[in-house]
Structure formats: structure tokens, C-alpha cells
Design a protein around this ligand. Sequence first.
Ligand code: FE2
Length: 296
Amino acid sequence: MDRFSRYVNELFEWNEQMKQFLESEEVGQNSELWEQLDDFTELIEGTDRQLSNEELLSLQAKAEHIHEHMENYFKRKQEVGTIWVVEKTLQPGEHSLPELPYPYNALEPFISEEIMKLHHDIHHRSYVDGLNKAELNLKKARETNDFSLIKHWSRELAFHGSGHYLHTIFWNNMSPNGGGTPQGLLKDEIKHYFGSFAAFKQHFSEAAKQVEGVGWALLVWSPRARHLEVLQSERHMLLTQWDTIPLLVLDVWEHAFYLQYKNKRAEYVDNWWNLVNWHNVESRFEKAADKKWSTV
Ligand SMILES: [Fe+2]
């Protein structure tokens, strides 16, 4: 086999591997990537393996173009890790306790080993277990169409879900080599919105010190306002799961239906489904689904 034929064969194999990769990543058949790979297969199969230099160069350019396209696609898809990481989707009840990213005593003297052991192994684990339990019970409710405990399990879902997600962020927000000030885009954005790092730090510290009862201080990004914000959360939630993105919402405050439906909220909810703009929900979902943090 001459050098050219070998090269064409290699391209063919590479193309097949890319297809397998798209399958493993569950890239939809309607994606442009599939079309490009299929066209490329046809092109290779159509060559008589006696290519001129020019034809070979054009084939190579096409391969490079597809490669670049795929790389961009997966870069956009994945915020963490390399493009070769296969993202796992969690089924109900599949959450697991993430390892601490450092030893228990690594944050001393600021946070003791004893606290970290208790906090991570006991408290965080109980959120993971509680979240799994709530998800499984809600799955069961859907299967049996018995929603009599929906309020209880929604509350559990929010409490333990926020507990698990926020602690996972919290562990990674800290490092034995931490401290100092942020750099890059975040530095610019903090200065832009809060005026200075010192002003932000003061705001965040006061929010944390003055949370009523137990809870959290959070620096968040608002995709709507397109700026940072500091929030307080009492406990973990008020029935919310922090670290999630709303896609479809239904206002059941009385002002939303009382004039027309009086106290018949159920009738309003049933009728409301006639109004859902799924195009809007789909587009929110497509943008939101691009955000993927690590599952553990
Ligand atoms: Fe905690």
C-alpha cells in the first residue's frame, strides 16, 4: 500500500471513530456534525485511491475543518475536562457523595480537620441520601399517579438538593492555597458591578454574617441582568434547588387567577397547559443544557 492510500485509509478510520464518539456523546442525528462526517465518508469512499497531490490536500483540508468544528462543538458543550470526557446523566436516586478535593486537614488552621470530617462525611452525605430518596419517591409518585405527598417530597427535594449542590460548590470554592483576589474576567466584572474588590468583599461578608438563622451567602451570575449579585439564602432554600435553571414556570399567586377563577386554582392550572409556549421552553432548555458541571 502506498503512502497516499495509507493516508486515505487512516482518514477513513478516523472518520469512523468520530462517528462512534458522536454516538457515545449522544449527539443528535440532526446535528450538522453528522452530516459533515457522512459527506466525508462518501467523499473517501468515492476516491479511487490514486489521488493527485491537489486532491489529497483538499481532502486533508476538509478533515481539518471537520476536526475543528467538532472541537468547537464539544468545547461549547463542556465547561470542564477535555472534549474526550463522556458526560454522565444522572437517573433518579443516582447522586453520590463527591470526594473532598483535598485532605480533611488541608484547610487548617482556618477550618479544623474535625469540622471537615463531620461536615463532609456526615452532613453532606445525609443531603445526598435525602436527595436520592426524594427523587426516587417522586419517581414512584409519577409511576403510581399518587401525588398525595407531593408537598413533602418537593420540600425534601429542595432541601437536600440545595444541600448537596451547594456543598459540592463550597468544597471546590476553597483550597489550601486559596486567598488573594480573583483575576481575569471575574476580576473585571467584580470591579464593574461592585466598584471594587473591597466593596464586594464587604457586601458578601455582611450578607454572610447577617443571614437570619442558618444559611448561605452566595455570589451568583444573573444571565438576565447580565451582572453578578450577592444573595442570602435562609437554610438552603425556600423550596428551591440552587444550581438549577428554571425552564418552565407557572405563577399560582392569587393575583394570577383569582379575578377569573376565584378559589379554583386547580382549574386554572389545568387550563394553563393550553397556553404553554413550548418553542420558548425548548429554546431556554437548549441554552441551559449547555451548562454542565461535573456530576460528582
Ligand atoms: Fe454545611
